[in-house]
Design a protein around this ligand. Structure first.
Ligand SMILES: NC(=O)c1ccc[n+]([C@@H]2O[C@H](COP(=O)([O-])OP(=O)(O)OC[C@H]3O[C@@H](n4cnc5c(N)ncnc54)[C@H](OP(=O)(O)O)[C@@H]3O)[C@@H](O)[C@H]2O)c1
Length: 274
């Protein structure tokens, strides 16, 4: 199958589609023929991404590119998710692939971080992904088909000073979705956990401080991968049905470093300037 056609007739529901990695994933899935449902809180930004998907398809003469649907939602509003899932399912009768990409970051020393900030990170990054997954899972199990994708982070395996809440939420995703994979493997449902390294996006600008307030500071990393490059890699891993996919620049070598020389990793992060 050509790369363009890999997701033809596949219904992909993507959260966090209004910026950064999610936006780039929308363009890549759309190019490859997926029928997209785009979700995030900012409807206007989703409309912009939707228009760009259509424009990309027209500009490249890609007949497989489809017009996405927009379904604004807040993943932290857990009670609203089952109703949103009904609306999403009503569009095509099923969801083939759910991509849990919506997420926020938070920066602050543990000693200074308020519980409200910690809870907010978990509400969005962990409970939001869990609620979305539970809302589509039964129908996937009934059809004995489907794929749940979670966008974690290398920090899902690597502790990092001043990012304890974010790290913990991503570690929690790993444990939850690895367990889910074992439960549903024989029922025909795949679970893919993706762990990116640094990627260019709005994540720093949208992150919270120790009080849970917007930091409003974009800390662009020179080492960060372009979002479109990251999205191509991620969509390929999803197409291949990988259980887990880690990628990034040199930072990805920290995972084997921590596994095989934990004392060295521990020494390095104690001396890290963050
Ligand atoms: N950039 C990196 O270096 C990096 C590395 C590893 C992992 N990641 C992960 O990649 C994912 C995407 O992040 P990004 O880097 O692309 O950051 P981003 O540009 O800030 O995008 C975050 C996306 O999540 C959405 N979102 C945030 N809170 C939400 C909520 N309560 N309900 C629904 N949608 C919500 C945002 O949309 P609205 O504001 O419109 O709701 C936005 O579309 C996150 O899970 C992040 O942890 C990023």
């Amino acid at each position: 199958m050509t790369r363009q056609m890999r997701f033809e007739n596949q219904v992909v529901w993507l959260t966090g589609a209004s910026s950064g990695i999610g936006e780039a994933l929308a363009y890549e899935f759309s190019k490859q023929g997926a029928q997209l449902i785009l979700s995030a809180r900012r409807g206007k930004e989703l409309e912009r991404v939707c228009a760009q998907c259509v424009g990309n398809g027209a500009a490249t003469g890609n007949s497989a590119a489809t017009v996405p649907y927009i379904l604004p939602l807040d993943v932290a509003d857990l009670d609203s998710i089952p109703r949103k899932a009904e609306q999403a399912r009503a569009l095509f009768g099923r969801i083939d692939i759910l991509v849990n990409n919506a997420g926020i970051s938070q920066r602050g020393l543990v000693a200074e971080t308020e519980m409200v900030a910690l809870q907010r990170v978990f509400q969005v990054n962990f409970f939001g992904a869990v609620a979305m997954t539970k809302a589509v899972l039964l129908e996937m199990l009934e059809r004995r088909a489907g794929q749940i994708v979670v966008v974690s982070s290398l920090t899902g395996k690597l502790p990092l000073p001043k990012h304890a809440a974010y790290c913990a939420s991503k570690h929690a995703l790993q444990g939850y979705f690895d367990s889910l994979r074992a439960e549903v493997a024989r029922a025909g449902v795949k679970v893919t956990v993706i762990l990116p390294g640094f990627v260019q996006s709005e994540i720093s600008a949208n992150s919270m401080d120790a009080q849970g307030l917007p930091r409003g500071q974009a800390a662009a990393s020179r080492r960060a991968m372009r979002a479109d490059v990251a999205a191509r890699k991620m969509v390929q891993a999803i197409a291949q049905g990988k259980a887990e996919y880690e990628f990034g620049g040199v930072e990805r070598f920290a995972v084997p470093l921590r596994k095989y020389a934990p004392w060295l990793y521990s020494y390095a992060i104690k001396r890290m300037k963050i």
